[in-house]
Structure formats: structure tokens, C-alpha cells
Design a protein around this ligand. Structure first.
Ligand code: S3P
Length: 190
């Protein structure tokens, strides 16, 4: 897709699996760009006054996905915002299509081992609360890879700090901005 012709890249959206650092990188990138920062999970939790685990337990994953989809539609009205998304959000094609109309989409990638290392002591993710979370990570990641690969930019986070990843993200965002003609006349080469 021709990035600058048909899209208005006023926002930056981070997608990727759980534990790839979307929230920490997103906050740092927002700071550097002087953008607002928004996290889809946090928004859903504050709007419903419930935790993600509670929504999954009481209404199921499908209900959570509907809340995500509704929110994604609203995000099209945002400007100058870094949006960190829940790991399963881009598995619904319409979500990614919608994000791409107004945001550069950057996928943070990590290997299953690295993800496991980062999430193993956390308990707030319902999809990893089953009997064998390490195996679940491998299966889910493989199933979702085709969706994550549709991002405009893919960054491997395995060997990089959040700060380094944020710098790359910001760099990519700046590269994707249309070149402004600020009164300079193009040279003719003559
Ligand atoms: C999910 C990822 C979580 C959260 C929910 C479902 C997923 O967000 O949206 O638990 O399906 O991968 P994070 O990626 O921020 O952990």
C-alpha cells in the first residue's frame, strides 16, 4: 500500500503479541513525539470499570473483542496519539484496516521464549492463565503471525531495550511523514 498517498498518518499504532513491550515503548515514543498516549486495554477497563480478566470470565472473549472493535472505530477521530493495542486486536481484519487509515502501524515482535520470560510472573492476562501458558504462547503466536506481518513496520524486540525500540519506532514514524515543501523551490538540476 502506498503509505503517503492515501493514508493520513497522524497517529502511531503499536500492535503485537502480549509481552512485546507495546505499553512501555508506546509511552516512551509518545514522550519523544510529544503525542498523547492511549492504551486500548486501559480504555476498555476504565470505560467498563472492570478488569480484562473479569470481562473474559463473565462475558467471554467474544464480548471483549466487540468492545475492542467499537473502540477502534472511535480511534479514527484521534490525532497526534500513540495507540498501544491489545495483542489480539489485529486478528480482526477490520481493526487493522481501520487503524491503517490514520496511523502508521508498527508491530513489536518477540520470540516465544522471550515473551515467556517477560510474562511468566504476571497474572492479568486471561489467555495465559490456563494449564500450559508456555505452549499457548507458541500456538497463539504462530496463529497470529500472518496478522502481525501486515503491519507497516516490524521490529524485533528480543535484544533491544524499550528505549532503543522506542527510538526506532519514532524514527520510522518520522520517515513515513510526507515531505513538507516549506517555500523552497525545487532545483532543476540545470
Ligand atoms: C490479549 C492481549 C492483552 C489483552 C487481553 C487479550 C490477546 O493485551 O488485550 O488479555 O488476545 O493477546 P496485551 O497485549 O497488552 O497484554
Amino acid at each position: 500500500m502506498a503509505v503517503n498517498n492515501v493514508r493520513h498518518l497522524v497517529n502511531l499504532a503499536l500492535i503485537g503479541f502480549m509481552g512485546t513491550g507495546k505499553s512501555s515503548v508506546g509511552r516512551l515514543a509518545a514522550e519523544q513525539l510529544h503525542f498523547d498516549y492511549l492504551d486500548t486495554d486501559e480504555m476498555i477497563q476504565s470505560r467498563t470499570s472492570r478488569t480484562i480478566s473479569n470481562i473474559f470470565d463473565e462475558e467471554g472473549e467474544a464480548a471483549f473483542r466487540k468492545l475492542e472493535q467499537q473502540l477502534v472505530k472511535e480511534l479514527a477521530a484521534r490525532k497526534r496519539t500513540v495507540i498501544s493495542t491489545g495483542g489480539g486486536l489485529p486478528t480482526i481484519a477490520a481493526n487493522l484496516t481501520s487503524l491503517k487509515t490514520h496511523a502508521l502501524t508498527v508491530c513489536l515482535w518477540a520470540s516465544p521464549d522471550k515473551i515467556w520470560e517477560r510474562v511468566r510472573n504476571q497474572t492479568h492476562r486471561p489467555l495465559l492463565c490456563g494449564p500450559n501458558p508456555r505452549i499457548k504462547i507458541g500456538e497463539l503466536l504462530a496463529a497470529r503471525e500472518p496478522f502481525y506481518r501486515q503491519a507497516d513496520v516490524l521490529i524485533n524486540t528480543d535484544l533491544r531495550s524499550a528505549r532503543e525500540v522506542a527510538q526506532q519506532v519514532v524514527h520510522q514514524f518520522k520517515l513515513a511523514q510526507p515531505v513538507r515543501n516549506e517555500g523552497n523551490h525545487p532545483t532543476t538540476g540545470a
